[in-house]
Design a binder for this molecule. Structure first.
Ligand SMILES: NC(=O)c1ccc[n+]([C@@H]2O[C@H](COP(=O)([O-])OP(=O)(O)OC[C@H]3O[C@@H](n4cnc5c(N)ncnc54)[C@H](OP(=O)(O)O)[C@@H]3O)[C@@H](O)[C@H]2O)c1
Length: 215
């Protein structure tokens, strides 16, 4: 499948590399097609990888991952135009982190809405699924190594889109996937961030993952 990834940071490129390993063709999107790090990443990932603008990547993808800085995302979507995402499954991996007062960041939206919900509002003709934002990118694509018993949450309004994403997560290695229901489930998923950022800040050497314990 052709997959577009908006974002050339560690998340976009880590997910992109994993998707290529699984046989997909990936275009990462950036503010600039001359982005040196992204050009180098594409070069090292062969014919299945390419680089474009955010708009190019959105157009290219049959499925589109959102992996940009959280506070730039809604502006990016507006500039790209919702039509480029229409009818597609859009996987939102971002977090609404506000670093304006330093570290640790706060959430610039929470409790009564979430970035996931705002993305769905901005892309009314797309099927937004929130997932993976609750763990570091190395854990996202290699749960077998870092969190073999971990639970990955997802949420979104469209059942078929969630099924497609569930299938991909399974290919990433997630064995325990819990559907939190409609896109308002993103509120809780985004509010997990302060906890794992705090755990990382005090240790500098932990990955945090979550486990839903069934009884
Ligand atoms: N790092 C993790 O392990 C992790 C884990 C879970 C969730 N997340 C979330 O995943 C997202 C991506 O994280 P990241 O660490 O890969 O990188 P990031 O630095 O948060 O985002 C990098 C991307 O955002 C774009 N960007 C940055 N500022 C921008 C602006 N002012 N206007 C337009 N685009 C802008 C960059 O564009 P260019 O390509 O032009 O540079 C780049 O593509 C974030 O929302 C983060 O909270 C990260």
């Amino acid at each position: 499948m052709n997959i577009g990834i908006l974002g050339t940071g560690m998340v976009g490129t880590t997910i992109g590399a994993q998707l290529i390993r699984l046989g997909h063709t990936v275009m990462v999107g950036s503010r600039s097609t001359e982005n040196e790090k992204a050009v180098a990443w594409v070069k090292s990932h062969g014919a299945a990888a390419s680089l474009g603008t955010f708009a190019d990547a959105a157009t290219f993808g049959e499925m589109v991952f959102l992996c940009t800085k959280g506070d730039a995302l809604l502006d990016i979507l507006e500039r790209v135009g919702s039509n480029r995402f229409a009818g597609k499954t859009v996987v939102d991996v971002t977090n609404p982190l506000d670093f304006s007062k330093g570290v640790p960041p706060s959430l610039f939206i929470c409790n009564t809405s979430s970035l996931g919900e705002e993305v769905q509002k901005a892309l009314p003709d797309s099927f937004v699924v929130k997932t993976l934002n609750i763990v570091n990118c190395e854990v996202m694509v290699n749960p077998a190594k870092y969190a073999p018993d971990g639970t990955m949450f997802l949420c979104g309004n469209d059942r078929d889109a969630k099924e497609k994403v569930r299938e991909l997560l399974t290919r990433f290695g997630w064995r325990d996937i819990l559907d939190l229901g409609d896109i308002t489930g993103a509120r809780g998923m985004e509010m997990m961030l302060p906890l794992w950022l705090r755990a990382w800040m005090v240790t500098k050497d932990v990955h945090v993952a979550f486990k839903a314990i069934r009884h």
